[in-house]
Design a protein around this ligand. Sequence first.
Ligand code: NAD
Ligand code: LMR
Length: 330
Amino acid sequence: MSACVKVAVTGAAGQIGYALLPRLASGEVFGPDVRVSLHLLEITPALKALDGVIMELQDCAFPLLDEVVATDQVERAFDGVNWALLVGSKPRGKGMERKDLIRDNGPIFIGQGRALARAAADVRVLVVGNPANTNCLIALHHAGQAGVPGDRFAAMTRLDENRAKAALAAKAGVQVGQVKRTTIWGNHSATQHPDAENARIDGRPAAAVIADPEWLRGEFVQAVQQRGAAVIAARGLSSAASAANAALDHVRSLLRPTPADDWFSAGVASNGSYGVDPGVVFSYPLRTVAGQAGPQVVDGLELSDWARARLAATLAELQEERAVVADLLD
Ligand code: NAD
Ligand code: LMR
């Protein structure tokens, strides 16, 4: 066993970090022959709590867990890492939208984008902290100024995709693994568009299996858009176990080619596909293709006029968010 992957996790002492770290260290993501070195970044006041998390990791006696670096210094955390999971940031509370966090959380991603460019030559980055698309835009902009390609960066919409798959499976009365090609378009926000038109259940169009067009355009869409808020209303805290799980699903999706009968969703810098302005971090259907550096947008999907109007609405929100952080993109 010689391979070792270095993974940075920011906000490692937080809720998502607590659910994420043991699963990274267990080997379930990178495989049974790959050691995992964890580089954990926290703000200084949270370093003591992070010590406790590290004690628990040690007490799990994971055979694959290599070194654990705990630091409040961003460049030390990102030194030579292969993956950076950017979680550290404030979560929203009841009654807030994710974009209400933008002025608090956005600045974090300036320094982290720059530090990634300096410290990590070959890194893939997943932005989890909200508002994830716009934070990702900030990070990739600043890393890009130092030459890091934008296709290394993604904003997490995999949790929304998993929610959509679970909702379709429950409605159709099938196992969730039978639901494929479920796209989240646009922003990780209440304007996102979960796409049942192109989804497949047991290889058939979802609408052929779920003969309830009103549900597909109404309750289904709203339930996925509002699921994060529903978890906050029930738990008093935002999703953590499911968010960590989605981050790991995202990493796995990038590690190997995507099967032909499926795709996955994440926010990536638009190349203009589906009429989105280039550069906006927009969630698309994606495939990992052998030999290609970043995930590839699945082009040519048919969308009804209704769906196209919803894509325009979520794009308009992303454009507004970009305008709100224009000074952070200088
Ligand atoms: P949390 O408050 O439990 O933990 C956040 C941690 O980040 C804290 O320990 C805090 O000290 C740390 N932190 C704050 N600023 C930091 C910085 N500059 N550098 C490093 N660490 C920093 O929050 P959580 O529940 O773990 O959620 C974290 C973020 O993830 C929130 O913004 C939340 O809204 C978001 N989130 C996104 C998704 C998604 O699907 N994209 C899902 C769930 C949560
Ligand atoms: C989620 O979708 O659960 C997260 O983005 C947390 C939130 O604020 O809803």
